[in-house]
Design a protein around this ligand. Structure first.
Ligand SMILES: Nc1ncnc2c1ncn2[C@@H]1O[C@H](COP(=O)(O)OP(=O)(O)OP(=O)(O)O)[C@@H](O)[C@H]1O
Length: 306
């Protein structure tokens, strides 16, 4: 059953269309990702679902509710992650949760939530004194304090170090295990690949692809790469004539073989058959980055990918 429905959504600011005929459904219990670069229209799309913006055209529903007209009911079922700067600096962790808990008829047990999000030790710490990871965990706790059926998490791990990021990802998996549907907005490929059951790639206001991470990678026709070094040059035709190989390229002193199937084995066998000694051989499987490149014609900028 679809708990979120977006059909033909369009939103423009002045003359610029920033969300252009966007459609997707999210099923009960899914982690659904909206992945796209800065300015793609991700936040505008979720703000329409949160009832914060009114669509110019199209139709959005959250558990059958019209988010704009039925905001009071929506608030009881939808948990939204606060953005930076939305909490007073001096407010303490437990006070913040108690305050937000009071907005709901049937909220969560705060001490249990503190425990689940590993914030019990920090319950009397002011928001301004939390580390980035702790502040992010508090933002997630605040999104969950109303016992929502759906949580919208926007740029969840931006600015976190790898350890805090990994912790946060585990938390999201635990939250899903309790039956909460998660809509995850991100421009971070590894996060989308790791967490999402399905992903809509949004680019310049349009959904350019929608599938499971594996489905996106396969549909993009993204290829594996085998990399290795050799001490002596060799005729690359010995590899190019293999059915699995589509291209052989020299890159920064390494040979890179692009292709499909059991690429590592066939390349290694062929090199051995020709007495070519390869070192530092490794295989790189296609990733969501490759799929993104294939669908949008450009890579996500490196600076956006943190
Ligand atoms: N209130 C507004 N008035 C005018 N333009 C806006 C407004 N809000 C957003 N925009 C513009 O709409 C476009 C889409 O913005 P949006 O925030 O939805 O994208 P995003 O994919 O969430 O990007 P980011 O990852 O940077 O938040 C951007 O070009 C942005 O500058």
């Amino acid at each position: 059953m679809a708990v979120l429905e977006v059909d033909g959504l369009r939103k423009q600011y002045d003359d610029t269309v920033v969300v252009d005929d966007v459609s997707f459904d999210v099923a009960q219990g899914e982690i659904f990702g909206i992945l796209g670069p800065n300015g793609a229209g991700k936040t505008t799309t979720v703000e329409c679902l949160e009832g914060l913006r009114v669509p110019d055209a199209g139709h959005v529903r959250v558990l059958g509710l019209d988010p704009h007209r039925e905001r009071a009911k929506l608030r009881q079922v939808l948990g939204v992650q606060l953005q930076k700067g939305m909490l007073p600096e001096k407010l303490r962790v437990r006070e913040a949760l108690a305050l937000y808990r009071s907005f709901y008829r049937d909220g969560a047990d705060i001490d249990r939530l503190l425990d689940d999000l590993r914030l019990t030790e920090k319950r009397n710490t002011a928001f301004e004194d939390l580390s980035g990871g702790q502040a992010q965990r508090l933002a997630i706790a605040l999104a969950l304090v109303g016992k929502p059926r759906i949580a919208i998490l926007d740029e969840l791990t931006t600015g976190l170090d790898p350890r805090a990021r990994e912790d946060t990802w585990e938390l999201i998996e635990q939250i899903r295990a309790t039956g909460v549907t998660v809509l995850l907005v991100t421009h971070f490929m590894a996060e989308a690949q790791r967490l999402c059951d399905r992903i809509a790639i949004l680019d310049r206001g349009k959904v350019v692809a929608l599938d499971t991470p594996g489905g996106l990678i396969a549909a993009a026709g993204a290829q594996q790469r085998v990399r290795f070094r050799t001490s002596e040059s060799f005729d690359t035709a010995v590899l190019e004539r293999l059915g699995e190989v589509s291209e052989v390229r020299a890159e920064r002193g390494e040979m890179v073989v692009f292709g499909t199937g059991d690429l590592l084995r066939v390349v290694s066998t062929e090199l051995a058959n020709h007495g070519i000694a390869a070192t530092e051989t490794r295989v790189e499987h296609a990733t969501l980055d490759d799929a993104f490149l294939a669908f949008t014609g450009r890579a996500m900028d490196a600076h956006e990918n943190v």
